[in-house]
Design a protein around this ligand. Structure first.
Ligand code: AP5
Length: 222
């Protein structure tokens, strides 16, 4: 069917499992994953101008200024692959003004997913999180330990994953969450993120399949 590709936004507090679910969504739906956190971390590690500007904000657990992040996202969204395969936007918009930037350009998702996880769980998830710099895979020392000793020995800790910084990131998230949700109130879908990751994914999967079906119906009336 010549249906339009899916456009999905995923949101939720720090460590609510956005990156983990995005891995699974991409495998199944082939969307282009655009994570502002990943893009910014890549800029920082290659020492670009954007990276140098973003670094201190990120390490402090604060938001990077809107103009830097917005320009980066717009560039990425306008690439051909995102138009052809559809996109999965993770970590953007993160403020009312970022949501407004998208609205002004008439860039709207089909669905706005919010992963809901209680605060006390989030801190432990951040403290146990480890990243594989080779594959980009996300692990957790207790919940999802690495498969081999070789992987284990190369895992890295994010600089913003200390207890103190997680708390500040959470505060910022909470301050902004409502204003962003209000922009997408007619397409918001809250999902309980405090369950095994496979179970969460099953719910997201059936949601996205339904959204896909509804779009085809809309395109072929009768
Ligand atoms: P970003 O990378 O987006 O960080 P975040 O929103 O804080 O989200 P996280 O990456 O911490 O968590 P996640 O939800 O992806 O969880 P994960 O799957 O890893 O942003 C980082 C920084 O960049 C920001 O602080 C800011 O400075 C800057 N930035 C980014 N976007 C910006 C923007 N738009 N504007 C301005 N600045 C911006 O899972 C977490 C852990 O839990 C892992 O260890 C995982 O294995 C485990 N886990 C996952 N799911 C489960 C489960 N179901 N059960 C048990 N454990 C689980």
């Amino acid at each position: 069917v010549g249906s339009e590709p899916l456009k999905v936004m995923i949101s939720g507090a720090p460590a609510s499992g956005k990156g983990t679910q995005c891995e699974l969504i991409v495998q199944k739906f082939g969307l282009v994953h655009i994570s502002t956190g990943d893009l910014l971390r890549a800029e920082v590690s290659s020492g670009t101008e954007i990276g140098n500007k973003a670094k201190e904000f990120m390490n402090a657990g604060r938001l990077v200024p809107d103009e830097i992040v917005t320009a980066m996202v717009m560039t990425r969204l306008s690439r051909q692959d995102a138009k052809e395969k559809g996109w999965l936007l993770d970590g953007y918009p993160r403020s009312f003004s970022q949501a407004q930037s998208l609205e002004e350009l008439k860039i709207r998702p089909d669905v706005y997913i919010v992963l809901d996880v209680p605060d006390e769980i989030l801190v432990n998830r951040c403290i146990g999180r480890r990243l594989d710099p080779v594959t980009g895979k996300i692990y957790h020392l207790k919940n999802f330990p690495p498969e081999t000793e070789e992987i284990k020995s190369r895992l890295v800790i994010r600089r913003d994953d200390t207890e103190e910084k997680v708390k500040s990131r959470l505060e910022i998230y909470k301050k902004n969450a409502e204003a962003i949700s209000s922009t997408y109130s007619n397409i918001v879908k809250k999902i309980n993120g405090n369950r095994p990751k496979e179970e969460i994914f099953k719910e997201i999967e059936s949601l996205l399949l339904q959204v896909q079906k509804d779009r085809v119906k809309m395109m072929k009336p009768g």
